[in-house]
Write a protein that binds this ligand. Structure first.
Ligand code: MN
Length: 239
């Protein structure tokens, strides 16, 4: 473990009706167990403050959450786009761009992966089941306990995701109806499910900018293998 824990800023969820921020504890405990110091970032649209945050922190964890407003990748919101969170969109897109530009490690989980991809010029499906018609998709919104793995992803050999899990076939949980469509410039696809849906992306020009579509924060308590990606993330910080 490092002498001083690297500071990992985690973006929270936001409840507009109650004016409250929130976060699943699985994220912060995973960072603690990986040797980092998790800090919940405040919701803000102040870009000067956000720039200071990016300087002050050693890495960023973009958490899961609702859908991104399609305006951010040049589309209209179709009827099947779900709940959107304008505060999170502006804050997280800014953090993703600045962190990648400054080569600060970023881990994006579910929505966080989509935010990273959109921030760097990629696109996503607003709803995979409505927009992918040419093949049969598997179930990506599971009706099973959240920690329970329901589908396989195949990771590319020697990718960060592959190396973290030390295998190519990883059985993961799944709670998404959106997915990366075109990976942004600089990103490569490093895992897909059997139906071809993109389940992980990694930036080739950064020390660690990785997105996964599954939710390791809900799995590691039952299966410690799912802590490994958090550990690799924290290990890539400067401290
Ligand atoms: Mn899935």
């Amino acid at each position: 473990m490092k002498d001083k824990r690297p500071l990992i800023g985690i973006t929270p969820g936001f409840d507009y009706s109650e004016n409250r921020m929130f976060l699943n504890r699985g994220y912060s405990d995973a960072i603690i167990l990986s040797g980092g110091m998790p800090v919940l970032l405040p919701i803000t649209e102040d870009e000067k403050l956000l720039s200071e945050m990016i300087e002050s922190f050693d890495g960023f964890l973009l958490s899961g959450g609702p859908d991104v407003d399609a305006v951010h990748w040049g589309e209209w919101n179709l009827r099947f786009n779900g709940e959107i969170s304008p505060y999170r969109d502006s804050m997280e897109l800014f953090i993703a761009r600045q962190a990648i530009a400054r080569d600060k490690p970023v881990l994006g989980i579910c929505r966080g992966m989509q935010v990273m991809n959109i921030a760097m010029g990629g696109t996503i499906y607003q709803d995979i089941y409505s927009q992918i018609k040419d093949k049969e998709l598997i179930k990506h919104s599971q009706n099973a306990p959240k920690w329970y793995p329901t589908h396989i992803v195949k990771a590319e050999k020697e990718s960060i995701v592959y190396n973290a899990h030390n295998k190519d076939l990883i059985c993961v949980n799944s709670f998404h109806h959106q997915a990366v469509r075109d990976a942004a410039p600089g990103f490569i696809v490093t895992a897909r499910s059997e139906d071809g849906i993109i389940e992980a992306i990694e930036h080739t020009g950064c020390r660690f900018a990785v997105g996964v579509q599954w939710h390791p924060e809900l799995m590691w308590e039952r299966d410690p293998l799912f802590l490994e990606l958090f550990k690799v993330f924290v290990d890539h910080t400067d401290k």
